[in-house]
Design a protein around this ligand. Structure first.
Ligand SMILES: *Cc1c(COP(=O)(O)O)cnc(C)c1O
Length: 437
């Protein structure tokens, strides 16, 4: 465990980062502390202060920080001089991951996919997915959705809706048709019907798509959760139009939605699935593309990358699967956790009806949408001051987003929710006093 006294001599100052590191840093601005260690749902800064972590690396740490079994397996592997990097050569670490993924994830769900390891980031997986879809179909256009987030490399960025991120492209972002996500125009408008009509119309102006790519719950886009009905209709539209359905499960996958894949309970069967973030289980970089076997038209090395064999990540990813997904216990636990969090968030809506509109999201991917988006930065700040790390999402940062570790201990969950409640109280009580003045 972290010992503040041992660290004193080497204390880092903000000045170091501000002087040497690029202005591009972002989370550091919301959470001004220098972190040293972390365990489970808690992260510690160099002064020994403990924070409950409701950010979890944007859903990269679904099993918490430094899970003891993953850590032990990695330490053992290192001490045996286990090979760290192999390009895409065969390793025992990779074989064990492949077997575990096949046995505990794919086969019990009746899924038949080939596994492609792209570079280690989510964007790498998305790039590989759309390249493959274009290659297999011989088409260029990809349909992506309003408020979708798929990464910041140019191909992935072309799919991403966020104007702030797109503004950094520096070139034209092409080859994508933007369509409205489920309920983008409110409950009364069936956007799948609109898309269907536009694609059916020979003069609808939409080029035949290679793929339709979507998140079933939009993580960065504000926790918009698509309905099963809408998703099924989009899947049918893809099939009717000869397009592949790609589900980007980088944030909503690995249990965040309440099941391993976010689409499991939605009644759809994507052709391609992208995964990253929590896949390695312990925050090590690792990404994966699942593709239907008949789509595997890659030529050897055609899509390449130096870091496609992160053996350390294979080790921890295998342990994560064996530890959490070998039976249904964890999924049952997630249902209870989701209910607990949702109930508490509903109570915040009731307590602050003028300030908080509603609860958004699905599974253990939940948040609150506030009436005045300018207040969310205040909520984040007030939470941080009280020992909670929590972030915002949505086009105007209007959603306070909870990405708790999925295995968070009840007392940490309570502590974090209590801090959030206190922060809301502080922010909105002050705000209403100001408004009354
Ligand atoms: C985070 C994220 C990405 C991009 O992953 P990186 O590792 O940041 O490149 C893509 N899609 C979704 C849904 C994400 O949440």
């Amino acid at each position: 465990m972290f010992d503040a006294h041992k660290q004193d001599a080497g204390k880092a100052s903000f000045e170091t980062f501000e002087r040497i590191e690029s202005e591009v840093r972002s989370y550091a601005r919301s959470f001004p502390a220098v972190f040293t260690s972390a365990k489970g749902s808690r992260i510690f800064d160099q002064s020994g202060r403990s924070y409950v972590d409701f950010l979890s690396g944007c859903s990269t740490l679904n099993y918490g920080h430094n899970h003891p079994k993953m850590k032990q397996a990695l330490v053992d592997y290192l001490m045996q001089d286990g090979v760290a990097h192999t390009m895409d050569m065969y390793s025992v670490a990779k074989a064990q991951f492949l077997e575990a993924f096949d046995k505990h994830i794919l086969r019990p769900r009746g899924m038949d996919y080939r596994l492609q390891f792209p570079g280690p980031t989510g964007a790498n997986a998305v790039e590989a997915a759309i390249k493959l879809a274009r290659k297999v179909t011989g088409r260029t256009n990809v349909i992506a959705f309003t408020n979708g987030f798929h990464g910041c490399t140019l191909g992935a960025l072309s799919l991403t809706g966020n104007g702030h991120h797109r503004g950094g492209a520096g070139v034209e972002l092409t080859g994508v048709t933007r369509m409205p996500y489920d309920k983008y125009f409110g409950d009364g408008v069936d956007t799948a019907e609109q898309i269907e009509k536009m694609l059916e119309d020979a003069s609808g102006g939409v080029d035949a798509p290679a793929a339709i790519i979507l998140e079933t719950i939009q993580g960065e886009g504000g926790l918009n959760a698509a309905s099963a009905k809408w998703l099924q209709k989009i899947e049918k539209i893809a099939r009717d139009n000869g397009a592949l359905l790609i589900v980007d499960d980088i944030q909503a996958g690995c249990g965040r939605s309440g099941s391993f894949f976010s689409f499991e309970e939605m009644g759809i069967k994507p052709d391609i699935v992208t995964m990253a973030k929590s896949l390695s289980g312990m925050g090590l970089p690792m990404a994966l593309v699942l593709l239907k076997p008949e789509l595997d038209e890659w030529k050897p090395g055609e899509h390449n990358g130096t870091f496609r064999g992160n053996c350390h990540a294979f080790i921890t990813a295998r342990v994560a699967i064996e530890e959490f997904w070998a039976n249904d216990d964890f999924e049952d636990e997630l249902k209870l956790k989701a209910k607990k969090i949702r109930t508490r968030l509903e109570s915040f809506v009731k307590t602050f009806p003028d300030h908080i509109n509603r609860v958004k999201g699905r599974g253990v991917m939940l948040g609150i949408e506030v009436a005045n988006p300018e207040m969310t930065s205040e909520i984040v700040k007030a939470s941080f001051e009280r020992g909670l790390i929590i972030e915002t999402a949505g086009p105007d940062d209007e959603v306070v987003k909870l990405l708790t570790p999925l295995n968070i201990a009840d007392e940490d969950l309570e502590a974090g929710l209590n801090i959030l409640g206190d922060a809301l109280q502080a922010v909105y009580t002050d705000a209403s006093l100001q408004a009354a003045e």
